[in-house]
Design a protein around this ligand. Structure first.
Ligand SMILES: *Cc1c(COP(=O)(O)O)cnc(C)c1O
Length: 377
């Protein structure tokens, strides 16, 4: 016998999460998750899932029937979009202005499709003029993929303009909205977005582990005309929809993460009761407060003001300041987590998140106080 390990039950402290995600979870969402588990085919649970779909349609501003939460984090939502839409032989224009655009490229290639990569400097948005030139130059491109809110840099791209170009050049658009959903303006139907994925743990302030996705009728038609099955059984939407589809008769596909879906339902309910536009405005207003305080501390932003994400503030680490030491003091002494730089910005920038429930005055005050204390000593 291997002896039984004896551990105390894991009781984390209450941290203030002001990094790139996970963000602070609403107390109501944590409470919702602790409610009794029911069967994933229980009629009451199916009713909750129908509400969840309506709430997701509201958050995405779409009437797409194929709108659901993938039972896995944002990366699985990303993969869901690519594996369901692409087949070998397809060509995708991938815009890369940070870490997540690069992951899109890897997904395209793993589907056996070809990626044409358009690079933009880190910290800058995707430039629609360059995208248009590339679409003109490469008529074989039938998909345009880009990240709306690049969490690795804090840059916001113009999803509306990019999706209009996709339509004009007969491409389906694939949009990463993991950090944008709930934090900045996003309108799936009005902007003509074809495939979109997000994450539960950023501006929705839900627990990590779920990925809302939505597909336009054009994207669904594309899936239905595939010549070969989706290589991933788990992410194949034609199978998953048997469980999520509108009729009362649902068939087992995989066991839904029942309690995590309670949590998502609650976080979206809170978003709907605040109002989507009010939530966008709150993120913008809190960003202005944080910005004023950071600038008063002498800190400067990585991204130009016009393209800055309110929910993800990348700031340059001042010369002579020890990146890891500061972050560890914030965590030890203030229970405050801010994000390290990622990729090209590792060691050079910090990323301060103001996401969902985290985008509030007391968090900003704590963050500014903690930074000024730490800089002084
Ligand atoms: C966080 C993030 C992801 C990945 O989401 P996970 O839930 O960590 O898998 C993808 N894209 C962007 C822009 C993100 O910020």
């Amino acid at each position: 016998m291997i002896p039984a390990p004896e551990f105390a039950s894991f009781t984390p402290p209450r941290r203030i999460l002001m990094g790139p995600g996970p963000s602070d979870v609403y107390p109501e969402v944590l409470a919702a998750q602790a409610r009794p588990t029911v069967g994933h085919l229980d009629p009451l649970f199916i009713g909750m899932m129908d509400e969840l779909r309506s709430l997701l349609q509201y958050a995405f501003q779409t009437e797409n029937p194929m709108t659901l939460a993938v039972s896995a984090p944002g990366s699985a939502g990303m993969e869901t979009c690519f594996v369901n839409l692409l087949e070998p032989g397809d060509t995708v224009l991938v815009c890369r202005n940070g870490v997540f655009g690069e992951r899109m490229r890897q997904n395209v290639e793993r589907c056996g499709a070809t990626a044409i990569v358009l690079d933009f400097p880190w910290g800058e948005p995707v430039d629609p003029a360059q995208v248009e030139a590339a679409l003109q130059q490469h008529p074989q491109v039938h998909f345009l993929a880009f990240v709306h809110a690049e969490t690795s840099t804090g840059a916001l791209s113009d999803a509306q303009a990019l999706c209009a170009l996709a339509q004009q050049y007969d491409c389906l658009s694939i949009v990463d909205a993991v950090t944008s959903l709930g934090g900045v303006e996003l309108r799936v139907d009005a902007w003509g977005i074809d495939a979109i994925y997000s994450g539960s743990q950023k501006c929705l302030s839900c627990v990590p582990g779920l990925s809302p996705v939505s597909f336009s009728p054009r994207a669904v038609a594309r899936m239905q005309s595939r010549t070969r099955p989706v290589q991933s059984w788990f992410l194949d939407q034609s199978l998953v929809m048997g469980y999520w589809s509108g009729s009362a008769k649902r068939s087992y596909h995989h066991t839904a993460p029942v309690n995590a879906l309670y949590a998502l339902h609650e976080s979206l309910r809170l978003l709907a009761s605040e109002g989507l536009e009010q939530a966008w405005q709150r993120h913008a207003a809190m960003h202005q407060e944080l910005k004023a305080g950071l600038e008063a501390l002498g800190l400067s932003f990585v991204v130009k003001e016009a393209h800055r994400l309110p929910q993800l503030n990348s700031i340059w680490i001042p010369a002579g300041v020890d990146d890891a030491a500061v972050r560890s003091r914030l965590l030890q002494d203030y229970n405050l987590e801010i994000g390290a730089g990622l990729g090209d910005l590792a060691g050079k920038a910090w990323r301060i998140g103001l996401m969902g429930y985290g985008a509030r005055r007391e968090n900003i005050a704590l963050c500014l106080k903690a930074l000024s204390d730490v800089f002084r000593t």
